[in-house]
Design a protein around this ligand. Structure first.
Ligand SMILES: [Zn+2]
Length: 467
């Protein structure tokens, strides 16, 4: 498969979106490569244990008390130090002390991504959400919107590390990080989290399949991080090279994310690689919100964040099990997000999990609350399509259709023209270039006759079936 398909350097430019996975054997002999040329054999249990046993096994009561304490701390702190957090309280005439428990949290307004974008336009660069002076930042990340996010000097958030551990990553692993190190924070957060685990990172980023495979062999890579369809592409490329997964590759744990991960793809990858694959969920704005354990029955919500499932219109919390929008409150003292709406839909599971972790879990990610569609890990907004087509006066009607073939997203842009043009081929090339440039995803441009796109057709029609 052509490498260009991967939009090298841009794969998850538009948000983290759902899901991360780690693949692992339960108990397997692992050969750790040492550069002195000596190989030592070790039995590594990738299926049991906890990154932070004390936190992950808290009783319900302990957990509630812990979250309440952290919530009240961050609300007071945010109120004092963050202009935007304070304005959220002012809008409903409340003081931090009036939010006494997790249920009270719903009295505060939801912050949508669009609010963040607007605030940052008005008060650049960070919109007043930040609580530290600008010269105290290590990095400024840029996510779709655009949204600017501060990178902390000292990254201490353990939520991704918990997810990585639950998925099978261990100290001593050599991990290929194929997430994008360009602009967005995800690859960096994971990089730092792997350090917490004591794993070695190869910061390769996306693209360049043959180099990925070469490195996997040469460095005896045991862990993989990336989007699931990219892992599939690597597997296919390795098959094309007639490699034997067990003999030639040493993968023990594979972490995939930033796009939907259908069970059929999981089964296929697990079958070929003979490793388990686990996923987690998070966004660039609020970090990790859930991760799967070996039991594969929902995503455990890490302890250092509050996740609510709410009615998108009212912001009220929904009863256990009901489907609603995932809203998160973080405890970051650099960029606190209070009731940040992710735009993703899911539900909560409370039944005990055999793995021993006591947290509530997020069920499947069921879709987006708005029209935004994610293609190949990248968000496509209807307004982007409008803006793009406004540059072509000859285009009168258009529709983006997203389908899925062989576990890969495909995007087709159907276009009706006002009048016949003499050079359709060059118009098609120009449109294709514009699509790639604006949407950051490759799409096929197809001209249809006038009236070929039905009236009131969705601007972006997502025809993918997830099973
Ligand atoms: Zn579990």
């Amino acid at each position: 498969m052509a490498q260009s398909h991967w939009n090298i350097g841009r794969v998850e430019y538009w948000n983290v979106g759902p899901i991360f996975s780690f693949a692992h054997h339960s108990i397997i002999p692992t050969f750790h490569h040492s550069y002195s040329g000596v190989e030592e054999s070790k039995m590594i249990d990738r299926k049991h244990g906890y990154y932070d046993r004390k936190k992950e096994k808290m009783s319900k009561r302990e957990r509630e008390a812990y979250l309440q304490k952290r919530l009240s701390e961050i609300l007071r702190y945010g109120y004092r130090h963050s202009k935007s957090v304070r304005s959220r309280f002012d809008a409903v005439r409340l003081m931090p002390k009036e939010i006494r428990n997790l249920k009270d949290l719903e009295k505060l307004p939801i912050t949508k991504k669009a609010d963040l974008v607007t605030a940052q336009k008005e008060t650049p660069p960070l919109g007043g959400f930040e609580v530290i002076p600008r010269d105290g930042l290590r990095r400024i990340y840029i996510s779709p919107g655009p949204v600017f996010e501060p990178g902390e000097w000292d990254y201490k958030d353990i939520r991704w590390a918990q997810g990585l551990y639950a998925c099978g990553m261990r100290k001593g692993d050599i991990v290929l990080n194929t997430f994008n190190y360009h602009l967005t924070p995800l690859a960096f957060m994971l990089d730092e989290s792997l350090q917490m685990l004591g794993a070695t990172v190869v910061p390769i980023g996306p693209g360049n399949l043959s180099m990925q495979i070469q490195l996997m062999r040469h460095l005896r890579i045991t862990g993989f991080l990336g989007i699931p369809s990219f892992l599939m592409a690597i597997v296919e490329a390795a098959e094309g090279m007639h490699l034997d997964f067990k003999k030639d590759l040493h993968l023990k744990a594979a972490f995939v994310g930033a796009e939907m991960f259908p069970e059929s793809l999981r089964e296929k990858l697990e079958g070929k690689l003979e490793i388990l694959i686990r996923q987690a969920y998070g966004t660039v704005d609020v970090g990790c919100l859930g991760y799967e354990c070996p039991e594969k029955n929902g995503m455990h919500i890490p302890e250092d964040v509050i996740v609510e499932i709410v009615d998108t219109d009212t912001g009220r919390q929904l009863e256990l099990g009901a489907t609603g929008e995932i809203v998160a409150t973080t405890f970051s003292k650099v960029f606190p997000m209070i009731r940040f709406a992710t735009g993703d839909l899911s539900y909560l599971i409370e039944d005990p999990c055999p793995c021993g972790r006591t947290s509530m879990r997020l069920g499947k990610i069921l879709g987006r609350t708005d029209q935004v569609t994610k293609v190949g890990g990248i968000f496509i907004h209807p307004w982007q399509v409008d803006e793009m087509m406004a540059k072509f006066p000859v285009v009168t009607n258009y529709q983006v259709v997203v389908t899925r073939k062989e576990y890969r997203d495909e995007m087709t842009i159907y276009i009706e023209l006002k009048e016949e043009v003499s050079d359709k081929i060059s118009l098609k090339i120009r449109l294709g270039k514009e699509v790639q440039e604006v949407l950051k995803v490759k799409g096929e441009v197809v001209f249809v006759t006038r009236g070929g796109i039905p009236d009131r057709a969705k601007k972006i029609d997502d025809r993918r079936i997830w099973e």
